[in-house]
Design a protein. Structure first.
Length: 100
């Protein structure tokens, strides 16, 4: 079994796992039947700490400079959860209504 404590934060293994976690929680491939409240909740949970990576997110100042582009890129799918007014999608209906 892989012990993540052996790796530092910049290791490719941990970033690969993080990217997979974001993908599993947030990817729905434009298949509206996959857009459920559970998907929205899981995606928000995974993305919450990195919404600050996106300029469109207005509830907090940008963390791109502190976190770094590489880490923010792992959370690219999270940007779909940001609303036009800079907040976060809370319901699957809101997400469903967004155009991708």
């Amino acid at each position: 079994e892989l012990d993540l404590k052996e790796f530092d934060n910049d290791s490719p293994d941990e970033s690969t796992l993080m990217e997979k976690e974001v993908f599993d929680a947030c990817y729905f491939d434009n298949d509206e039947s996959r857009v459920t409240q559970e998907l929205v909740t899981k995606c928000n949970d995974v993305c919450r700490s990195r919404y600050c990576c996106f300029g469109s997110y207005r509830l907090e100042s940008s963390c791109l400079a502190t976190v770094g582009e590489n880490e923010c890129e792992l959370f690219a799918l999270c940007e779909q959860m940001i609303t036009k007014d800079g907040g976060v999608v809370k319901t699957f209906i809101e997400l469903d209504l967004k155009e991708f």
